[in-house]
Design a protein around this ligand. Structure first.
Ligand SMILES: NC(=O)c1ccc[n+]([C@@H]2O[C@H](COP(=O)([O-])OP(=O)(O)OC[C@H]3O[C@@H](n4cnc5c(N)ncnc54)[C@H](OP(=O)(O)O)[C@@H]3O)[C@@H](O)[C@H]2O)c1
Length: 517
């Protein structure tokens, strides 16, 4: 069974954007313009926006980093990046030529006042030549320790306007990781609000830019049929899986300080949990939505003091094979301590202690070197109250499962029991499916496209607010501290399996099983 969407030329959300929500041209400065994120995500996303006609005329992008590029050399490097990574490929020469006219480069060190002054001069020149009117967006695609340095210099050189005073806008986009724990996140926030006001700060969690993640809100709050069942009366439990088939690749030094819990759970997974768990907001506006999300985070049941690790399992991959290829153990990866106890897998059973969700477990797990790459949310409903058909057939009825596939093959499916054709009453599970690609005839846009556009528009609904970030850290810190102090380290699992056996026990002791997404 499949769901067919009405025939339309494009995603209606983006149609709306084209007609109604065109941002004013600004200078978008990318600090860290020679880095991986810029090449793989940011410039390709900006080009795709240009291709789809969503960038305003005059939109300007200024890269800032250390290599010795001229504007033309920078444009060539960025063209190569788009040839490799843009969603819309092959790159259209006419669109590119026009886009490249707005690409500039300034060489400099982050902590070098002269470099920042050269940047400022370039931005002022662009205001004259490209009509950017003093509007600024600073994208900090930089190692997190540089954030305070750059913010301080921008403030000192008066490159930040105050929205309370009116005039052209200044906004800053900050990449994850946003802190290492509660104390460091608070420190970063303090720095941020010394130079910027909260509404100028856009903290990226790229999961929030994904169409399917936003569709969670549409599914829940634009349809009459789901919300009445979206509570403890009808839902038995919820599962969230973020599985990656890759290992740490070149990110060993970062991963050694983070682990999967800081890298995925504190941000992406808790964002998903808040969107699944939140109450309807009074409006689809930044603060109204985020007020409701943060309430879910505040309702997360604390880990039992002294027994934090009982509610969770941590694992680390050893030698194995993934998708038919040999994979080495985490401890043998480049720039990883051969005795490292950092977790590459974590599974938690958590509760949202409020009226809607009391005693409904959320089983969440994230891991590297699992059998495939998939992010999947599943809502497992309670069984029918009386087993009418089991008596006739001796077959166990399957509970209904609503599965939301965040990536890849974005879509939603609903599993329910159906009668098998024939003279006896036999039942079997069937699935009703909606897929973005088939229903809308196109792949959804990349998360960074949406997030960059929302920043240009000044809408922070899809960005994490200060209290969300801090509340998430405050909840997770006790578990991370307990793991840090536990000499037993993570349980090992072979690369290419679904994690350590203890993770299966975590859910199976409740009479449930992990869904195989
Ligand atoms: N890459 C991703 O997919 C990804 C995903 C999520 C979040 N992030 C976050 O995004 C940020 C950037 O990541 P990345 O992967 O792009 O890192 P990266 O490849 O190491 O790039 C860092 C950039 O910063 C520049 N840089 C470093 N020190 C500098 C200094 N003192 N002065 C001037 N420029 C300096 C580098 O220039 P040089 O070329 O001169 O070294 C480079 O352009 C990090 O916070 C990361 O956690 C990245």
């Amino acid at each position: 069974m499949s769901v067919v969407a009405p025939a339309i030329d494009a995603n209606p959300l983006r149609e709306g954007l084209e007609q109604e929500r065109v941002p004013d041209a600004s200078c978008l400065v990318i600090f860290g313009a020679s880095g991986d994120l810029t090449q793989r995500k940011l410039i390709p996303a900006l080009y795709s926006l240009a291709h789809d006609g969503l960038l305003p005329a005059g939109q300007t992008i200024v890269g800032y980093a250390r290599p010795d590029y001229t504007d033309d050399a920078f444009r060539m490097a960025m063209r190569e990046a788009c040839d490799k990574f843009a969603r819309v490929r092959p790159v259209d020469d006419a669109v590119w030529d026009n886009f490249a006219k707005g690409l500039f480069y300034v060489k400099g060190e982050f902590a070098e006042p002269d470099g920042i002054l050269r940047l400022n001069a370039k931005l002022k020149e662009c205001d004259q030549t490209r009509g950017t009117g003093g509007r600024r967006i600073y994208y900090l695609a930089v190692p997190p320790n540089f954030f305070p340095v750059i913010a301080e210099l921008l403030g000192r050189e008066k490159m930040v306007t105050d929205p309370e005073q009116g005039g052209p806008f200044t906004r800053v986009i900050i990449e994850k990781p946003f802190g290492h724990d509660l104390a460091s996140a608070k420190e970063l926030n303090k720095v941020a609000v010394t130079t910027f006001r909260e509404r100028q700060v856009f903290r990226i969690d790229h999961y929030l830019g994904k169409e399917t993640v936003q569709n969670l809100l549409v599914l829940r709050f634009a349809n009459g049929i789901f919300e009445p069942f979206w509570n403890r009366q009808y839902i038995d439990h919820v599962q969230v899986t973020v599985a990656e088939s890759i290992g740490v690749e070149k990110r060993g030094p970062y991963f050694e300080t983070a682990g999967i819990s800081r890298d995925i759970i504190q941000n992406h997974m808790l964002q998903l949990v808040s969107l699944i768990g939140m109450e309807p907001p009074v409006a689809f506006e930044a603060d109204a939505v985020r007020d409701e999300k943060v309430k879910v985070l505040r309702a997360l049941r604390e880990f039992p003091r002294g027994h934090e690790i009982d509610a969770a399992v941590r694992g680390q991959y050893t030698d194995g094979s993934v998708l038919g290829e040999k994979a080495i153990a985490y401890r043998k990866e480049v720039n990883v301590d051969p005795h490292s106890n950092v977790e590459t897998y974590a599974a938690l059973k958590i509760f949202v202690d409020n009226w809607r969700w009391a005693d409904v477990p959320f089983y969440i797990r994230a891991g590297k070197r699992l059998p495939k790459r998939v992010t999947d949310i599943s809502i497992h409903f309670r069984p029918a109250p009386y087993p009418l058909f089991n008596k006739l057939t001796n077959v166990t009825m399957q509970p209904n499962v609503l599965a939301i596939r965040i990536q890849p093959d974005e879509g939603i499916s609903l599993k329910f029991d159906s009668k098998v054709p024939g003279p006896t009453v036999r039942t079997a599970p069937v699935t009703m499916e909606f897929r973005y690609a088939t229903s809308f005839g196109a792949e959804p846009p990349e998360a960074y496209e949406r997030l960059l556009l929302e920043t240009m528009l000044g809408d922070s609904t899809l960005f994490a607010r200060r209290d969300e970030v801090e509340t998430a850290w405050a909840w997770l810190d006790p578990l991370l501290n307990a793991w840090g102090a536990d000499p037993r380290g993570p349980e090992l699992y072979p690369a290419g399996t679904w994690g350590p056996e203890a993770a299966d026990r975590l859910i199976e002791r409740d009479g449930r099983k992990w869904r195989r997404p």
